[in-house]
Structure formats: C-alpha cells, structure tokens
Design a binder for this molecule. Structure first.
Ligand code: URA
Length: 218
C-alpha cells in the first residue's frame, strides 16, 4: 500500500497517492516506478461485410460457413452485435466490448438499423404505410414498432427496393414484415447501424473501426 502513498504509482500517467482510489483494471494504464503493470486494453470493434450464406454463430452444427471463417485469429474473442440471418448480407459489428454490445442491442436506446430490401412485386404506398405504423406479425401475433419505410425504386424484374429503418431487432424481422404485406424479400442488405454506413467495404471483408466511427454507431 505504501507504494501508492510514496507516489510510485501512476494511473493514466498521473500520480495517485490515495490508496482508496479504485481503478478498473484493463480500462486504465497502471504504472509502478515508471514501468507498466497493466496496459490500457482498448476494445476491438470490427465491421464485417457479411456475405449471404454465412451464419452468425461461432460454430454451426450443420457445418455451414460462419462469420468467424471470415476473420483471422485475433487473440481475443469477439462476439457479433445482433445477428444477421444466413441469407442476409451487410454490416455486422463484432466486438469484445460487452457494454457497447449491450448499448447497440438494448431496445431502450433505439439505435436505428437501416436495411435495403429487394421485394417481389411493387408494394402500394398504403402497404408501406402499414409497415411505417407497425404491423402485427401473423406468425406470432407480436406487433412491430413504428419504422421508417420508403421506396428506392422498382427493379427490371418487376420487384422493388425498399429502405427500412428499424429501432428493434427481432428474428428475421424485415423478411417477416414484408411477407406480412404480401411482398416476399428476395435480397436483404443491412447498410447502416446508427450513423455508421457499410460504405464500400467489399463483401466478405472486415476492418477495425476508429474511435470516431464507434461513436457514430451509438
Ligand atoms: N431482418 C431480417 O429479416 N433479417 C436480418 O438478418 C435482419 C433483419
């Protein structure tokens, strides 16, 4: 204890003489006599452009490829923040920061997730209005929260692209919402989480996020 009172301990570069000071190890840089005892451990936050066909689990009992097959050995365990279903492409965040993970998935925080969905047929605007207001999903009778929905245009195959912004994340929610108005999803891409966009990250590739980008997520 005397080492603290003698001024030999530094926390994040500042001498701390109060032995009752509590520090969260791993969140600070702790030095004794000028030598690091515990390094500040910054969290790892990755953005992955998940391709269709990969499942968002560590191991798949059916032997299907997982998102971990796309990552190198990182030396620590990162977990996916919210899932994308097997057939869905787009932005997936993986991190070892449980607080960030909780913040992004807790419905209380309403972090918006933006999807581009290619649907069969061209939905009428009153059908889109039903999705905007919230819809009772016929398969389990639950009601979705209000969502932002707009048409991005029709496609040559007679379908349409929709932009759907959700502030909740139920299992296969976009697919179930679109099916409920009679327009099955043919292709689904998550293009943004919060204000962080997928951008031009190539499919199957990943990169680490900067602190500024992590702030844009929440
Ligand atoms: N909605 C879906 O239908 N699938 C996802 O993966 C995410 C949202």
């Amino acid at each position: 204890m005397r080492r603290i009172e003698e001024g030999r301990v530094r926390v994040d570069g500042r001498v701390v003489r109060d032995p009752s000071w509590r520090v969260e190890l791993g969140r600070v840089h702790l030095e004794l006599d000028g030598a690091p005892v515990v390094e500040r451990r910054t969290h790892l936050v990755l953005a992955l452009h998940k391709p269709a066909g990969h499942v968002t689990t560590r191991v798949d009992p059916g032997g299907r490829p997982t998102v971990y097959d796309l990552l190198p050995e990182l030396g620590r365990f990162v977990f996916p923040v919210g899932r994308l279903d097997r057939d869905t492409r787009g932005l997936l965040i993986l991190t070892d920061d449980h607080r960030l993970g909780q913040r992004l998935t807790d419905p209380v925080h309403h972090v918006p997730k933006t999807y581009h969905a290619h649907v069969a047929g061209v939905p009428a605007d009153d059908a889109l209005e039903v999705l905007r207001r919230g819809i009772t999903l016929p398969d389990d009778g639950t009601r979705t929260r209000p969502a932002q929905v707009r048409s991005l245009g029709v496609s040559r195959d007679g379908g349409a692209w929709l932009e759907i912004v959700l502030t909740e994340g139920r299992n296969r929610q976009v697919r179930r919402m679109c099916a409920a108005i009679g327009h099955d999803v043919r292709d689904l891409v998550r293009v943004a989480i919060g204000r962080l966009e997928l951008g031009d990250l190539p499919e199957g590739e990943w990169r680490t996020l900067t602190a500024d980008e992590v702030l844009r997520l929440a």
